[in-house]
Design a protein around this ligand. Structure first.
Ligand code: G
Ligand code: G
Ligand code: MN
Ligand code: NA
Length: 253
């Protein structure tokens, strides 16, 4: 229970912060969305990666209050952002555990109402492992999200075990191709073929595609040629605090 206590304290003390990474629309050259990425600024240990503490939060149950905070904070930041950049969407990572909780939709609805933010500007990122194991319940939930005006992205696509043909059963809007595929784009023809196949399949299902981890101009150009819709990665920008995001968008859009 030690870690649970540490995470709980960190939450109470406000040691977590959301950083934002922009997604570029290849066609319009505008920023279409920002992804919220949590950071832990530990007073002694310094920066701790979410790759470390999210799994521990999931095991200890702290993922619930942490996710409640993430939802609220991201919606509040979106509400402010919208006043200056009305078309930029907010994309929020949702833990599979949080997504599967019985009151997930109800809490989400309440947060949206209390902050009074436009749900059409909210996108949720779910992994294949969040939706596949409970397919029927997931379809119901995803349909409800669609009714609420919220869009859904499948994160880390290509790293799970699901078959592509499964996709058409889920009402999703966006596929995020995992970084591991993007990394190889300039080197190996085979990975380029896989990415191209994913993009074509997604488009045939009316799903738009984000390539993650785009770092070089070469990767960007390959993706543009393959009709990828959006790119995210260091080539556009690293994740940054909300204050820097405003400066970035002022310069960009
Ligand atoms: O930002 P970074 O690349 O260090 O993130 C590492 C991992 O942590 C990624 O898999 C990312 O999806 C996950 N992550 C980052 N922020 C959040 C968050 O707010 N909620 C959840 N559930 N996962 C997050
Ligand atoms: O699992 P998810 O896709 O949500 O995690 C995104 C993670 O990838 C974040 O932790 C973010 O910091 C990291 N990231 C974002 N862009 C790049 C990039 O261009 N290169 C690398 N190596 N990591 C990136
Ligand atoms: Mn993500
Ligand atoms: Na991802």
């Amino acid at each position: 229970f030690q870690l649970e206590t540490a995470l709980r304290k960190a939450l109470d003390r406000g040691e977590f912060e959301l950083y934002y990474q922009p997604q570029l629309d290849i066609k319009t050259k505008q920023i279409r969305a920002v992804e919220a990425l949590i950071r832990w600024n530990h007073p002694e240990k310094g920066f701790i990666s979410p790759g470390m503490f999210i799994p521990l939060a999931e095991e200890s149950g702290l993922i619930t209050p942490m996710s409640d905070w993430i939802m609220l904070q991201a919606c509040e930041h979106l509400k402010q952002l919208q006043l200056h950049f009305p078309n930029v969407k907010m994309s929020i990572n949702i833990s599979p555990i949080y997504f599967q909780q019985i009151d997930f939709l109800e809490k989400l609805q309440k947060t949206i109402e209390s902050v009074n933010v436009n749900p059409r500007l909210i996108e949720l990122e779910l992994t294949e492992s969040a939706v596949m194991p409970h397919a029927e319940q997931s379809v119901e939930r995803l349909t409800m999200l669609k009714t609420m005006g919220i869009s859904v992205a499948i994160d880390d696509f290509g790293t799970g075990f699901s078959t592509l043909s499964y996709l058409h059963r889920f009402p999703i809007d966006i596929l995020k191709i995992d970084q591991s595929f993007t990394k190889q784009l300039s080197q190996y023809q085979e990975d380029s073929a896989i990415v191209e196949a994913i993009i074509m399949m997604a488009h045939s299902l009316r799903i738009q595609v984000v390539a993650e981890g785009v770092e070089t101009k070469k990767q960007y150009q390959v993706l543009e040629k393959q009709c990828c819709d959006f790119v995210q990665g260091y080539y556009v920008s690293k994740p940054m605090p909300i204050s820097e995001l405003y400066e970035f968008l002022d310069m960009w859009n």
